[in-house]
Design a protein around this ligand. Structure first.
Ligand code: DQA
Length: 157
């Protein structure tokens, strides 16, 4: 039987460790916008794109794994923060669940310290958006929408 198209895809936006401190943390790198303000922009674009969005900020790697493994989403936008550079476990969970996934970074991880250039997540994500501040999340939302519609999972807008 043909899979029924889901007219309102569920997108999970996952913010990793320390991102709860946005607006106060290293503002010359991450800007002065709070996580709450960024989440507001995400919610409003998601509604424009006719997608249901859930947003979570988690500091612990195990909790991030649990949420990814549950797979209660059609597409994932993830800023794994420092786990980007260390977590084979998050990489493996994304690979196991196999849903359209876009990796996001506020800062340009390729322009900073050497250790930030290595992303374990990039190898299993469909794409990576890095360096555009909160706009990185908004572009990622548009990207997952287009990935889902190319797969035929949702009608195009
Ligand atoms: C970050 C970049 C990471 O290197 C860093 O550890 C973060 C935030 C970003 O959004 O620019 O916590 O993911």
């Amino acid at each position: 039987m043909r899979k029924k198209k889901n007219p309102r895809p569920r997108v999970l936006v996952l913010h990793g460790p320390n991102l709860n401190l946005l607006g106060r943390r290293e503002t010359s790198i991450y800007g002065t916008k709070s996580l709450e303000a960024i989440n507001g922009e995400i919610v409003s674009l998601a509604s424009e794109l006719k997608m249901d969005v859930s947003i979570l900020q988690l500091n612990s790697e195990g909790e991030i794994l649990d949420v990814i493994q549950r797979g209660e989403y059609d597409a994932l936008v993830i800023n794994p923060a420092a786990y980007t550079h260390t977590s084979i476990a998050i990489r493996d969970a994304i690979a196991a669940v196999r849903k359209p996934t876009v990796e996001v970074h506020l800062s340009n991880i390729h322009k900073r310290e050497e250790f930030r250039r290595r992303s374990y997540i990039a190898e299993v994500a469909d794409g990576q958006i890095s360096g555009l501040g909160s706009e990185s999340y908004l572009l990622a939302l548009r990207a997952v929408r287009s990935l889902l519609s190319k797969r035929g999972d949702i009608p195009s807008l």
